[in-house]
Design a protein around this ligand. Structure first.
Ligand SMILES: Nc1ncnc2c1ncn2[C@@H]1O[C@H](COP(=O)(O)OP(=O)(O)OP(=O)(O)O)[C@@H](O)[C@H]1O
Length: 313
């Protein structure tokens, strides 16, 4: 089987607004068929990256392709294969939900909205301007899922939604993704930015972490989860780890209090953390290492980066 080209390929893409460098030159590959999560603090550059991919913004330097076409020259037929959902999207407020779908239908040869309004429990005759936040997001999902896009870019689609609505949207999204077929045509690719890390961890296949406009990592979710462990070391009575101890760089945010040392191991896939600790530190009484969630990994990385930035300044 021939390998599929990536759904998105970004090469040294950067963005400046005036003198402010909002995205540093970054490289990113989003495999076809993946559900790729983009995470990062407020202001990290997630929306800017998604807007560059949609050609809503022009890059300051570098280039990107989506579905094999350069973002700066996306054809109208490419847009019939790309869905875009953003929390801040403007809608034709005067239209009803059904009127909105009727308006969009002629633009998309692959349109099929059957069952969508029922699945999303959307009132077809209600005007968009009278919809609640959750209902608006459902209407947007319906308008995108109806044309079966090959690629969906989603910017914070779950922000401010209650857990039931979020779950309904995720189930509808996953239920309507096209699977890989017998000819090895990859199914739908989703790039999604979100602060809802527990939700993201439950269904994303890949994750990229943007920090102040720089890409810290991008990798499959399972390798990321395998890489990180929270380690607690209890030393024998009388032993301590000094504040200036020379600990490995991949032991993040080490904190010691008396005979207890805690840190986050960021390369636990390479070496068993318990064995490594026993080799490097004398007088160990007990070592415990716990798996981490995407949320706790994100918090540990944020803390480690903050610490690095402070110690550089
Ligand atoms: N048009 C603009 N002009 C100037 N600065 C901008 C513009 N758009 C975004 N920025 C700045 O770019 C940075 C990145 O913003 P962006 O919206 O991409 O971040 P984000 O990661 O999506 O944040 P959030 O999670 O809060 O949505 C911010 O510092 C923002 O103030």
């Amino acid at each position: 089987m021939t390998p599929q080209p990536p759904a998105i390929e970004v090469r040294q893409l950067s963005k400046q607004f005036g003198a402010a460098q909002v995205l540093s030159p970054l490289d990113l590959v989003v495999p076809a068929g993946s559900i790729f999560a983009l995470v990062g603090h407020n202001g990290a550059g997630k929306t800017t990256l998604i807007k560059l991919l949609m050609n809503i913004l022009r890059p300051s330097a570098g280039a990107a392709t989506v579905l094999g076409q350069s973002t700066t020259s996306l054809s109208s037929s490419a847009f019939t294969r790309i869905g875009y959902v953003s929390e801040n999207q403007e809608l034709p407020e005067w239209m009803t939900v059904q009127g909105f779908l009727d308006y969009l239908r002629p633009f998309y040869p692959t349109w099929d909205e059957s069952g969508l309004l029922a699945d999303l429990d959307l009132p077809r005759d209600q005007k968009l301007k009278h919809l609640s936040r959750g209902m608006r997001m459902k209407a947007l999902f319906a308008s995108v899922l109806a044309f079966h896009p090959s690629l969906i870019l989603m910017d914070e689609p779950f922000s401010g939604l209650d857990p039931v609505t979020r779950d309904e949207l995720i189930q509808t999204l996953l239920g309507r993704m096209s699977p890989e077929d017998e000819l090895n045509h990859r199914g739908t690719t989703i790039l999604i930015s979100s602060h809802d890390l527990a939700e993201i961890e439950s269904f994303a296949t890949h994750v990229a972490f943007l920090h102040r406009g720089a890409l810290l990592f991008a990798e499959p979710m399972d390798t990321l989860i395998a890489r990180f462990r929270e380690v607690t070391v209890t030393l024998s009575t009388g032993e301590t780890v000094g504040a200036n101890a020379d600990l490995p760089a991949d032991w993040l945010s080490p904190e010691s209090c008396g005979a207890v040392l805690r840190f986050v191991h960021s390369r636990a896939d390479r070496e068993d953390p318990e064995m490594e600790v026993r080799k490097l530190l004398p007088g160990i009484r007990h070592v415990e290492s716990e798996p981490m969630t995407l949320r706790t990994i994100f918090l540990a990385l944020a803390k480690a980066n903050r610490h690095q930035e402070w110690s550089r300044s």
